[in-house]
Design a protein around this ligand. Structure first.
Ligand SMILES: Cc1cc2nc3c(=O)[nH]c(=O)nc-3n(C[C@H](O)[C@H](O)[C@H](O)COP(=O)(O)OP(=O)(O)OC[C@H]3O[C@@H](n4cnc5c(N)ncnc54)[C@H](O)[C@@H]3O)c2cc1C
Length: 303
């Protein structure tokens, strides 16, 4: 038995939901990606520890996936274990008058709606972000002038030895689409958000307005990972791409959205290769046209 099969058998033996040869495109909003050797969906902290431990024991690569809404998975798939945290860990609870604790697999939209239902303000900006709590903390997701770091109080996370830590938001080095987890690893398990009481009608009206703006400007019916590129200092990626004449430009089914130039979309059957070529073309054309170097916001699920 090879090491992947041995690890898979271990997951089954200890009762972890796991499958082999699963198409990653079914787990990413870009709808791109070949098969992962193993896909595990742990449902307890112990099970996450067991997934990591078996990967370490057999020197198997692993990749943590939330809702897959900021990830490009490669056509060649992943020769290891993808650990999906958004299939479980959905709890959201009100801890006290102004603190909401959410597990990493909960949708950040659901936390935003939970706050609105309790007349608590701060997470309105996240009402249209299609990621998980873990992904929102990892990416310091933000929109319309708000960011996760504005409301994050603390996070509970696991290091790669399986030890649990609680860190204040200040310790997490949250910056523009960045957190300590990008460089130092770690598995986000829970986030506590600090929010403020506010008139519920105002909260809901604000969220409806943000959703209206999103629907008007963004290609929400297309496969995408949101904005492909980070906002460069002093400019907007979408404006740079539009001004370089790239709106609608495509390489096979990978296309610069005609609705929002910052979104590169999969029209139907784009491969990761098509998408990578499009990214490269956009970067080169924007650089030649404006001098700006675009940097990817999306993450790459690869070895
Ligand atoms: C239509 C659309 C609109 C979007 N709009 C916005 C927007 O307005 N603002 C914005 O910021 N983003 C936006 N995004 C991008 C995306 O939704 C966010 O980046 C989101 O925070 C990613 O969360 P996720 O759970 O999908 O993470 P994933 O895509 O699954 O993962 C992203 C990264 O986080 C890591 N990760 C995920 N969960 C954990 C965890 N528990 N512990 C450790 N690491 C973890 C992954 O390994 C990966 O590196 C949009 C995407 C789409 C498709």
């Amino acid at each position: 038995m090879d090491k992947l099969e041995t690890a898979f058998q271990f997951l089954c033996d200890v009762g972890i939901e796991a499958n082999r040869h699963i198409a990653l495109k079914e787990y990413t909003t870009l709808h791109i990606g070949g098969e992962t050797q193993i896909l595990a969906e742990p449902s307890s902290i112990l099970q996450i520890q067991q997934c990591i431990a078996v990967c370490k024991q057999y020197r198997i690569d692993w990749y943590l996936l939330g809702n897959g809404s900021n990830v490009l998975a490669m056509d060649e798939g992943f020769d290891g274990m993808v650990i999906v945290l958004s299939s479980n860990f959905h709890s959201i609870v009100l801890e006290d008058a102004v603190h909401v604790r959410a597990q990493s697999g909960a949708a950040i939209k659901a936390v935003s709606a939970f706050c609105a239902a309790h007349a608590l303000s701060g997470l309105e900006f996240a009402c249209g972000i299609p990621g998980s709590v873990g992904g929102a903390v990892y990416m310091n997701a933000g929109a319309y002038g708000g960011e996760t770091r504005d409301v994050l109080y603390e996070a509970v996370w696991m290091d790669e030895q399986g030890a649990l830590h609680t860190s204040s938001a200040a310790e997490l080095q949250l910056g523009y689409r960045h957190s300590r987890f990008s460089e130092q690893g770690g598995i986000i398990l829970e986030a506590v958000f600090e929010v403020q009481p506010k008139n519920q009608t105002e909260i809901i009206q604000h969220m409806e307005e943000l959703m209206r703006r999103r629907r008007e400007k963004q290609p929400l019916d297309a496969y995408s990972a949101g904005s492909t590129f980070k906002r460069p200092q002093g400019a907007y990626a979408s404006a740079l791409i539009r001004d370089a004449g790239l709106m609608g430009y495509h390489i096979r089914d990978a296309q610069v959205s005609e609705k929002h130039a910052g979104f590169l979309i999969n029209q139907n059957a784009a491969s990761s290769q098509d998408f990578l070529e499009l990214i490269q073309q956009v970067k080169e054309t924007v650089k030649a046209h404006s001098g700006y170097e675009l940097e990817c916001e999306i993450r790459f699920l690869k070895k």
